[in-house]
Design a protein around this ligand. Structure first.
Ligand code: DCP
Length: 230
């Protein structure tokens, strides 16, 4: 169940202003973010914005995701620049409903994926600097704030199995080691809180369980958000 650290009644107060109560759903590749969002998409008063992975696979006929996995040193900057743009688009999208739920955020792109490419020596320093300058400018000049982060916490072994089972072509060569690094970056940011600052309170969910067993967790989370808005 929930090991939430968030004060949901405070969030309820925050949601009374005109901006929707904004939730970022975070977690490693294959942690179940899409399934989680699907559950919420069926509810009233919530707009769910799924990650534009299909846009990344076809940018005017170019598969940026595939290029990034094939040659990260050459194409990592191209892919991550485009991810940053598409995430900014979601962050700034006006919605009618009181709750806006996003799959990932510009923060996990920078703090987990770009950080991983940089730390692994796969992103040249000038590429990293240019991307980071853009990120800092966005944070300073746009309202990309959130009210709550749901962290779908998994083990790298579990998500590796799921990733292999879903067999997305571009991910066929992604080794367990890559997911381990991404896991550690998510953990340090959202669980141990020893790296980058958290843009919102975090609720941690054990997402190692079979997704079919997680409906109770989903409902629990739904109740918490509903409470917050009451
Ligand atoms: N990706 C990336 N850099 C980012 C965001 C995503 O390299 N800034 C990659 C990792 C995956 C693909 O894009 O190969 C999609 O990853 P996500 O974890 O965002 O989405 P999933 O579909 O894997 O999520 P889930 O299985 O949890 O629904």
């Amino acid at each position: 169940p929930f090991c939430g650290r968030a004060s949901l009644s405070k969030m309820a107060r925050d949601s009374k202003n005109s901006k929707p109560f904004t939730v970022f759903v975070e977690g490693n590749v294959g942690s179940g973010k899409t399934t989680f969002l699907k559950h919420f998409a069926a509810l009233d008063n919530i707009v769910t914005l799924t990650e534009p992975v299909d846009r990344w696979r076809n940018v005017r006929g170019q598969n940026f995701l595939d290029l990034m996995y094939t040659d990260p040193s050459r194409w990592g900057i191209t892919f991550q620049t485009y991810v940053q743009l598409t995430m900014l688009d979601l962050h700034t999208k006006a919605v009618e409903s009181p709750v806006k739920m996003m799959e990932r955020s510009i923060f996990s792109a920078r703090y987990c994926f770009v950080e991983n490419l940089h730390q692994s020596g796969l992103m040249p320093e000038p590429d990293f600097i240019a991307l980071d300058e853009w990120f800092n400018w966005i944070v300073k000049n746009h309202d990309i704030s959130g009210n709550l982060i749901i962290y779908l916490r998994t083990s790298p072994e579990v998500v590796h199995k799921r990733m292999m089972a879903r067999a997305r072509t571009e991910e066929s060569c992604v080794p367990l080691e890559y997911l381990e690094k991404l896991h550690q970056l998510h953990e340090n940011w959202l669980f141990h809180r020893t790296s980058f600052s958290c843009p919102a309170p975090v609720v941690v969910i054990d997402a190692n369980q079979d997704l079919s067993l997680m409906s109770a967790e989903f409902s629990n989370c739904e109740a918490k958000i509903a409470d917050a808005l009451a």
